[in-house]
Design a protein around this ligand. Structure first.
Ligand SMILES: C[S@@+](CC[C@H](N)C(=O)[O-])C[C@H]1O[C@@H](n2cnc3c(N)ncnc32)[C@H](O)[C@@H]1O
Length: 440
């Protein structure tokens, strides 16, 4: 992507002037942002593939090793693969790891197509009572109608009856992709919610509860995506004469399972303090997939969690050398100490991530991070600026800043649902020395 038409504008004095990419990025819509398997499943706060692509083209070469420590649905990994880079991903969320795995695994469409036809035929012919396949879901009848529960159970029985492996994972993702649509939840709300608007649509007969038909459509549509990825994978092999490594390597961006100095380039869009409740967004899908173990435990491992306990934040005293963070904490503590602690904890977790990235990146390796501003309890948080300050304290220098307007239509689930994020920055850090601080 060229940045020739970019305009430059002054931002914070101590940061390089941002180069504006809005015009460049505005061009990409519809299929251009969901080609191949990019759109295989919805996921909150995805970035459009053109963002990692821009970073990959600007800061890496074919054969380099690329890491996304907050991988989400795997956008960076798929783009890296297409451009002949090896890539590694880390995410704490089990559904993110499953989506990413399916997204990055090229499958020969012919055998998959025939398995899909057999699977759909078996599902359509099944008239048994399969209620034993309905998982335990708190408030189950609030979320699903009896006929939907029965049909989803039948689909589940047959998908789980296929042989374990890549094909089964593909069918599981197809199954997962229809769960929210088949539930009583409003389709547009970030967190599942049974709204009066949705109830009205149901009463007017404007919603469909044909789960088996929906599943068939999902399988057929996603087969087209898989076919495109397969074609791309043939081109990748031919062009680069090797198959790039694509691997999901762990669960925690604060403790990365890689040796020292292994990575040439890292690209990520990290979570924000209390912005998206990642566990709730996909809780219905996770119940059906059997992925939701201890919900509280998972929530506690999420960077940016709003879970905080009085015995921890009670004795905590806000202390930081970062001026922007001091101001934010001051504003929040006036309202509620817990909120101030949540934000502090978020930035402390991000500091731990920077320390890890310093360790795993090669000398002069780049770390590209997408971040904007958000508001929490009506306090504006210049997240990107605070992250840049933390990066400087963690042994990085800021090599460049790009900025662009975030446009809702690019994303399955808007980024600014709970807290507004309208302009994002791509911060490009370069590893320079060992971290100078181990506190904020
Ligand atoms: C903004 S999303 C990334 C979206 C991704 N760029 C995409 O295109 O799908 C941030 C991700 O960080 C993950 N995350 C939160 N805490 C984490 C942790 N401790 N370690 C690794 N990943 C974490 C969340 O589960 C979420 O998937």
């Amino acid at each position: 992507m060229s940045i020739s038409s970019s305009r430059r504008s002054r931002d914070r004095d101590w940061l390089p002037s941002p180069i504006d990419l809005s015009e460049e990025l505005r061009k990409y819509i519809g299929k251009q942002v969901s080609y191949a398997t990019h759109g295989i499943h919805r996921y909150p706060a995805k970035f459009i593939p053109q963002i990692p692509r821009f970073c990959l083209e600007s800061y890496s070469r074919v054969g380099d090793d690329v890491l996304d420590p907050f991988m989400g649905s795997g956008t960076t990994l798929l783009e890296s693969y297409i451009l002949g880079r090896n890539s590694y991903g880390v995410d704490v969320h089990p559904l993110a790891r499953m989506i990413a795995k399916v997204k990055i695994t090229p499958l020969d469409p012919a055998p998959l197509d025939s398995l899909a036809s057999d699977l759909l035929a078996r599902i359509n012919a099944d008239e048994d009572d399969n209620s034993a396949w309905i998982p335990e879901i708190p408030n189950r009848d609030h979320w699903f109608r009896p006929e939907v529960l029965a049909d989803l159970a039948t689909i589940k029985k047959h998908v789980w009856g296929t042989r374990k492996g890549d094909h089964q994972d593909f069918f599981k993702i197809c199954f997962s992709s229809i769960i929210r649509k088949m539930s009583n939840s409003d389709a547009d709300s970030l967190i599942p919610e049974v709204t009066s608007f949705r109830k009205k649509l149901d009463e007017q007969g404007k919603t469909s509860f044909d789960s088996i038909g929906r599943f068939g459509n999902a399988v057929r549509n996603k087969l087209i995506d898989v076919e495109e990825l397969w074609r791309i994978s043939q081109d990748v092999e031919e062009e680069y004469r090797t198959v790039p490594v694509v691997k999901i390597i762990g669960k925690d961006a604060r403790e990365i399972q890689l040796d020292t100095s292994e990575i040439d380039l890292a690209i990520t869009s990290p979570p924000y303090a209390s912005a998206v409740h990642y566990v709730s967004v996909h809780k219905l899908e996770m119940h059906w997939l059997g992925l939701l173990g201890d919900m509280a435990k998972l929530d506690g491992q999420i960077v940016g969690t709003s879970r905080a306990y009085a015995d921890v934040y009670g004795p905590w005293k806000p202390k930081t050398d970062i001026p922007e963070l001091r101001q934010v904490l001051g504003g929040l503590i006036e309202k509620e100490k817990k909120s101030a602690y949540i934000v502090y904890k978020y930035f402390e977790d991000m500091r731990r991530n920077f320390a890890e990235m310093n360790r795993v990146l090669k000398r002069s390796g780049r770390y590209c991070m997408v971040a904007g501003e958000n508001t929490f309890r009506k306090v504006k948080i210049p997240t990107y600026a605070i992250l840049a300050r933390i990066a400087l304290r963690s042994g990085f220098e800021v090599k460049a800043v790009y900025a662009y307007d975030v446009i809702n239509r690019h994303l399955d689930i808007p980024r600014w649902n709970n807290s507004r994020i309208e302009r994002d920055h791509i911060l490009v850090f370069r590893r320079k020395k060992a971290p100078a601080h181990d506190t904020l």
